[in-house]
Design a protein around this ligand. Structure first.
Ligand code: PMP
Ligand code: GLU
Length: 401
């Protein structure tokens, strides 16, 4: 049957989220009885803490089942403002906060609010899969700024100017990064901040992994560079990763009044408020005990250490040690060109497919993050699965010649 109705060109220029696509495929294979080890999607393997679930249930019992204010219930916006003040010393009024349907939705609202056709957004690569399509959906042009594995995927300040044009409107900062787990150094942030001030760029800082770091000291932040940056920065965060609440769909942004107001206008004409019970659950997350992210982080450390060391012990594989988030991003390019039973591995997609077919291991090809030499594995899964998965990967690689 032919498609009678043509689709909008904005849809035809983007692909579905590859992380969610691989996860769906792995789950379907598992449901069909295949022994799949799933390292694809990035979500904590912890349950949402009980007190948060209870708050969500209580909200329903208390009748919080109707529309709320578009940018979120005042108590939650206040709680977000308090967390920012207590954790970072940043002053935001509740009117400068928008609560939305997950961090992804917050980013979408930001781009819709500030990007016009022709505007360029600087995106350091490897990047999270959804940044370029979201810029494109807003009519903008993603401009990819390459980061080098040799620099631990830090930004080389000297190259920033090479990618800036008079059409640059914004720059994305994501530290800790998905997919590399790397951080931007204080000097890289300084260079970004100085250039943003000089050129009048918007800085969009996606801090969704900021509670999951493997650092002794504080995480450097773009807002530490110069207090004036606050007037041209939107901070994006949420409870998905920090409180294992991916399914609740609550994110939040903080920024200059006029940008948040514009984002609220968009939200009022698209989703309205995020789910009311989920907002009360998020309120319990932000105002209750704050030890949960540290508990998760502690569990991630031995998994990360094992994964990185085991990957590095394979001939021809390099792997940067992640300083945050829960991903390893090894370089397998020395295996490209090798074959098994007449099939040649040519790139990250064919290698990731080979891992799935041959080793029953689900991963995300690096090309989805703009880095074809690499494959992403999430270590938000048990040590047993990581050990078993690594054995299978080793065996699969050993069969290539
Ligand atoms: N930013 C990054 C870098 C992410 O990895 C994710 C994970 N999905 C998000 C934003 C969005 O998170 P969510 O929509 O699940 O809150
Ligand atoms: N951010 C997670 C990931 O990268 C969740 C999937 C998604 O939203 O793309 O796997």
């Amino acid at each position: 049957m032919s498609d009678i109705i043509s689709l909008a060109s904005r849809v035809t220029q983007i692909a579905p989220s590859p992380t969610l696509a691989v996860n769906a495929k792995a789950k379907a294979l598992k449901a069909a009885g295949e022994d799949i080890l799933n390292f694809s999607v990035g979500e904590p393997d912890f349950d949402t803490p009980l007190h948060i679930c209870e708050a969500g249930k209580k909200a329903i019992d208390d009748g919080h089942t109707r529309y709320t204010a578009v940018p979120g219930i005042p108590e939650l916006r206040e709680a977000v403002a308090n967390r920012f003040r207590e954790d970072h010393g940043w002053e935001y009024s509740p009117e400068q906060i928008q609560v939305c349907c997950g961090g992804k939705h917050g980013l979408y609202n930001i781009f819709q609010a500030v990007i016009d056709p022709g505007d360029e957004v600087l995106i350091p690569a490897p990047y999270w899969v959804s940044y370029p399509p979201m810029v494109q959906l807003a009519g903008g042009t993603p401009v990819i700024v390459p980061l080098d594995e040799k620099d631990d995927f830090d930004l080389n300040p000297d190259i920033l100017a090479d990618y800036a044009t008079d059409r640059t409107k914004a720059i994305l900062v994501n530290s800790p990064s998905n997919p590399t787990g790397s951080l931007l150094s204080a000097s890289a942030l300084e260079a970004i901040g100085r250039m943003a001030l000089e050129k009048g760029w918007l800085v969009i800082t996606d801090d969704i992994y900021d509670t999951i770091t493997y650092l002794d000291g504080d995480l450097p932040h773009i807002l530490d560079v110069d207090s004036r940056l606050k007037d041209q920065t939107v901070v994006l965060n949420g409870v998905s990763k920090s409180f294992a609440m991916t399914g609740w769909r609550i994110g939040y942004s903080a920024g200059p009044d006029h940008i948040i107001k514009a984002m609220n206008k968009i939200q009022s004409q698209s989703t309205s408020n995020p789910s009311a019970p989920a907002q009360y659950a998020a309120l319990a997350a932000l105002t209750g005990p704050q030890d949960f992210p540290a508990t998760m982080q502690e569990a991630f450390v031995p998994r990360r250490d094992f994964f990185v060391q085991d990957l590095r012990s394979i001939k021809g594989v390099s792997c940067v040690n992640p300083k945050g988030a829960f991903y390893v991003f090894p370089n397998f390019s020395s295996y490209y060109g090798k074959s098994f039973q007449g099939k040649t591995i040519t790139d990250s997609v064919s290698l990731s497919d080979y891992f799935l077919d041959q080793a029953k291991v689900a991963s995300v090809p690096g090309i989805a993050f703009g880095a074809d030499d690499f494959i992403r594995f999430s270590f938000a899964t048990s040590m047993e699965i990581i050990q078993e998965g690594m054995q299978r990967i080793r065996d699969a690689l050993a069969q290539l010649s």
